[in-house]
Design a protein. Structure first.
Length: 184
């Protein structure tokens, strides 16, 4: 999903032409990452040395990058609609406790991510994705982990998983942006 989302990020927004195919694809991909992150967080943990990482953390990190693609292809209104839909998906997929923590964390972190992306976008797409994802992943983790798991014990793993997904998305986007016909 990261590769597809990063590829879609290279497609310019089609202003005045309605919603682009890339925009719809990015929105569907975004909602799938939201659902996957909630499901995986509730079902799976894995250990990397002493670090315990909720499996959904990497998927949630990918959701932050995909959210930037939605922003790029559908604009601010489109991304706000996707965030609202993603919050609803969280309530459907997860346990009530996980859903509540996810809905609050998602709403807050995605709005922070959106704001940061807009602020950083004039500095280039890679800078915008990196800056907004960093801010979004920290806010999301700090809000989500204690609400979903009852403590901050999983916070380091949550941050690591989301950071790993952001680095992977940035690597794909950087490679894609180096193509001569893609403007970043």
């Amino acid at each position: 999903m990261i590769a597809a989302s990063s590829v879609a990020a290279a497609v310019p927004e089609e202003r005045g032409r309605g919603v682009s195919t890339a925009g719809w694809g990015a929105a569907v991909c975004y909602l799938a990452t939201v659902a996957g992150a909630n499901w995986a967080s509730a079902q799976h943990l894995f250990a990397v040395g002493a670090l315990v990482v909720p499996a959904g953390a990497s998927i949630a990190g990918a959701a932050l990058a995909v959210r930037d693609v939605v922003h790029e292809t559908l604009g601010v209104r489109g991304v706000l609609a996707a965030v609202i839909a993603g919050t609803a998906v969280s309530a459907i997929v997860a346990s009530p406790r996980m859903a509540a923590a996810s809905a609050v964390a998602f709403a807050v972190s995605e709005l922070v991510d959106c704001w940061l992306y807009r602020r950083w976008r004039p500095r280039g797409r890679l800078n915008a994705v990196a800056g907004s994802n960093l801010g979004g992943l920290v806010v999301d983790s700090v809000v989500f982990v204690p609400g979903a798991f009852g403590s901050l014990a999983l916070l380091p793993g949550q941050l690591a998983g989301k950071a790993l997904a952001t680095v992977a998305a940035l690597a794909v986007l950087a490679a894609w942006s180096r193509r001569p016909e893609v403007r970043s």
